[in-house]
Design a binder for this molecule. Structure first.
Ligand code: NI
Length: 136
């Protein structure tokens, strides 16, 4: 961090108390680092739809372990775009549910298409794509 800008924020005391309690419970040593993290996370969140070019992304899905053919379909989709997929992790949550996280790097458009294909597959119960452009 070469240069910083200071700014004042008006905030209700009740919200400030909750914020201070939260940053303590998350082991922040000061408000500034917590606010910087909030800003970075918020920017990454709101910019998701505008991401273009090369991005890093994580797709998390929860799916029905018993859905016939689903695991091999998910494998097939990832093999088709193997150049995007950096890693994937499969967790057997319980008797019926699996969680998979697919970490990707590459074209934002292609990653969105892959995520849409995965999330819309029958048996995938929840899916969330998170992507961001790397900051330098
Ligand atoms: Ni499983």
């Amino acid at each position: 961090m070469s240069k910083v800008v200071r700014f004042g924020v008006s905030i209700e005391p009740e919200l400030m108390d909750k914020f201070d309690a939260a940053i303590r419970s998350h082991s922040y040593t000061n408000r500034s680092e917590a606010v910087r993290d909030l800003a970075r996370n918020w920017l990454a969140e709101v910019d998701q739809d505008r991401c273009e070019g090369v991005v890093v992304a994580s797709l998390m899905i929860i799916f029905d372990h018993h859905q016939y053919g689903l695991s091999s379909k998910l494998n097939e989709v990832q093999h088709e775009d193997h150049d995007l997929v950096v890693a994937s992790t499969h967790v057997h949550l319980d008797h019926d549910n699996c969680l998979e996280t697919i970490v990707m790097k590459g074209s934002a458009d292609r990653i969105r298409k892959l995520a849409d294909k995965v999330i819309s597959t029958r048996g995938v119960r929840n899916g969330k794509l998170w992507m961001t452009q790397l900051m330098s």
